[in-house]
Design a protein around this ligand. Structure first.
Ligand SMILES: [Zn+2]
Length: 245
C-alpha cells in the first residue's frame, strides 16, 4: 500500500459540474467516458491515475486507461467508504480511488484469485458494504503500519489484528499471485544493488540513493509497480549498522 495524497484540485471539472448541476446526482448517473473527436476521454479515471502515479490504491499493481482487459480500461473507480453505507460520499472526489480490476490468475494452475475491491466471501469488498478497519491509503501513516518480508508477504508492522484482517480478509493481498509479484520486485531491487556494487561496498549514501529511486515518479509520472516492497527491502538494509555508515 502506498500513500495517496488526495487533492481536491485534482478533481476533474466534469465530475464537479455533474455533481453541482444535476438534480439527484449519483455516481451511477455519472458518465466518465467522453467522446473527443475520435478518442475517448475518461476524466475521472485519468485524474485518479495521475494522482496515484498509475498504481492501484490497494495492491500497487499497474493501472492504466490505455491498457485494456476484455475491452475495459485497466483501472476502475473504488469508493473507499462504501456507497451502501455512506451515500453522502457517493460523488465526493476525496472518497474515490483508482484500483485494478481485482482479478489475477495463478501460474501454472490458472486459478482465478480476487483481490482489492473484488474480494469475495463474507468479508469481501464485492459485498458492497465492507470497509477497511484501519488501513486507509489516503492517510500518510498507512505506509508506516505495514511491512513486507523477503517472500513478498505484506504484514502488519506490529501484528495488529485489524490490519492483518484488512490485508488478508478484506483485500486478499497475500494471494500467491501478488506475493510472487512483490517478491520479484524485492529480488529485482537486490539485483540492481549488486549490479553496481558488491555488498561489501554498500553504504548509507548508496542505499539512500537507490531508495529514492524506488520512491520517485518516472518521466511519465508513474511509480514503479509494488515499489513499497522494494523500499521496505532497502530500508531493512539501512537498519543494519554495517550498511548504514
Ligand atoms: Zn489492486
Amino acid at each position: 500500500m502506498k500513500y495517496i495524497q488526495k487533492d481536491i484540485k485534482n478533481e476533474p471539472a466534469e465530475l464537479r459540474d455533474y455533481r453541482n448541476k444535476t438534480p439527484n446526482a449519483s455516481y451511477k448517473g455519472y458518465n466518465d467516458t467522453i467522446k473527443d473527436n475520435d478518442e475517448d476521454r475518461h476524466p475521472l479515471r485519468e485524474a485518479l491515475l495521475k494522482e496515484q502515479g498509475y498504481l492501484c490504491a490497494y495492491c500497487m499493481g499497474r493501472i492504466s486507461v490505455t491498457e485494456r482487459i476484455n475491452g475495459k480500461p485497466k483501472v476502475e473507480v473504488e469508493h473507499f467508504k462504501p456507497q451502501a453505507k455512506y451515500p453522502d460520499l457517493d460523488l465526493k472526489y476525496e472518497n474515490l480511488l483508482g484500483v485494478c480490476n481485482g482479478l489475477s490468475f495463478t501460474y501454472p494452475e490458472n486459478k482465478a484469485v480476487h483481490h482489492c475491491d473484488k474480494t469475495t466471501g463474507v468479508n469481501g469488498k464485492i459485498q458492497g458494504n465492507v470497509e477497511l478497519r484501519k488501513l486507509d491509503p489516503r492517510d500518510k501513516n498507512c505506509e508506516r503500519l505495514i511491512k513486507y518480508n523477503p517472500g513478498g508477504e505484506i504484514l502488519s508492522l506490529n501484528g495488529d489484528v485489524d490490519i492483518e484482517f484488512d490485508l488478508n480478509e478484506v483485500l486478499n493481498l497475500n494471494n500467491t499471485v501478488l506475493k510472487k509479484a512483490r517478491k520479484a520486485v524485492i529480488d529485482a531491487a537486490k539485483e540492481l544493488l549488486l549490479k553496481r556494487k558488491p555488498h561489501q561496498q554498500w553504504n548509507k549514501v548508496y542505499l539512500k540513493a537507490e531508495l529514492e529511486n524506488w520512491l520517485s515518479l518516472n518521466r511519465n509520472g508513474q511509480f514503479k509497480k509494488y515499489c513499497m516492497a522494494a523500499a521496505w527491502f532497502i530500508e531493512s538494509l539501512l537498519a543494519k549498522p554495517h550498511y548504514n555508515k
